[in-house]
Design a protein around this ligand. Sequence first.
Ligand SMILES: CC(C)(COP(=O)([O-])OP(=O)([O-])OC[C@H]1O[C@@H](n2cnc3c(N)ncnc32)[C@H](O)[C@@H]1OP(=O)([O-])[O-])[C@@H](O)C(=O)NCCC(=O)NCCSC(=O)C[C@@](C)(O)CC(=O)[O-]
Length: 315
Amino acid sequence: MGERSLPAQVTIWEVLPRDGFQMEKKWIPTEEKVRIIHGLAQTGIKHIEATAFVHPKAIPQLKDAEKVVKGVMDLGEVSFRALVPNVKGAERAIEAGIQDLKLLLSSTDSHSLNNSNCTVAEAQEKLLPIIDLAEKHHVEYSGSLTVAFGCPYEGEVSLERLNALIERYQEMGIRKVSLADTTGMGNPLQVSKVLRNLRAAFPKFEFSLHLHNTRGMAFANAIAGLSEGVLSLDSSVAGLGGCPYAPNAAGNIATEDLVHGLHEMDIKTGINVDELLKVARGVVETIGHDGGSFVLKAGQNKDLHQKPKGQEKLG
Ligand SMILES: CC(C)(COP(=O)([O-])OP(=O)([O-])OC[C@H]1O[C@@H](n2cnc3c(N)ncnc32)[C@H](O)[C@@H]1OP(=O)([O-])[O-])[C@@H](O)C(=O)NCCC(=O)NCCSC(=O)C[C@@](C)(O)CC(=O)[O-]
């Protein structure tokens, strides 16, 4: 086993407006979503998953996808991506002005049937016309694999299965895939093993990680991924998020926790944690709760240099 090293810089994809909002039952007005995305852009975040073009009955909170995209198109310095499950979603996204599509695919049939009303093989067929459409419109696209580190219905997802799923993506011409720990079942050794295996088998692929902090493992899993060559991570401000079609789903790793932790390790993100915390507080005020953010409660290390009460004379 060779010596591992961590990258000097990591790209953060902010998924609050899509994953973070999709479980929220109380309607978040479109203008509030647009305002929050403008706030996110003030933090230095340059990559935002703005929404999903899915069936409005499947995810009612994102039924205003077109309007949200229209409201943020003035943010020229930000790259926007949207999640699409089928060609209907891709058509809507491209028509709205989205230039980067994230294709939705589950690693297991059980999750796929719950989430997308079709098996994995059927979902793969639905991706083909999306790719044709994206090519025709010169729009970027990348793949995803949900429940890649464990399925809440089927348990372990084997390396052989992950290899076969990436192989199929390769045949479709896809070279970027987000590996998702949808219900936080992964651990750092597993993340290392999966990435080492996939990167050896598919050296031309860029793998990113989409980690939920259901069992407190997300930051450790992120570092395991970075040690294995990952350069891009998804996260959600205030730790909100979760897939409504996965039992006991919980939030994504909070962007403020991830960025704060990475900065403590001298890994650059280009994002300002003070500004992130302002946005996170606003989001909690709007939505009424956070999703399990640590830095939001505990503060940043840099702010903890006050002397304990009564010990001023310690100098
Ligand atoms: C996949 C479908 C659409 C299948 O839903 P379906 O009902 O099987 O779709 P269908 O193709 O049979 O079409 C039925 C009707 O829906 C319409 N329709 C069809 N597609 C669309 C669309 N895109 N937008 C708007 N309308 C649509 C279509 O036009 C038709 O309308 P009708 O002719 O009856 O009037 C549905 O199950 C769905 O939208 N699922 C998405 C569920 C979802 O978004 N889950 C959460 C995201 S996944 C996640 O969180 C994991 C991830 C990515 O974050 C990674 C992680 O965290 O691990």
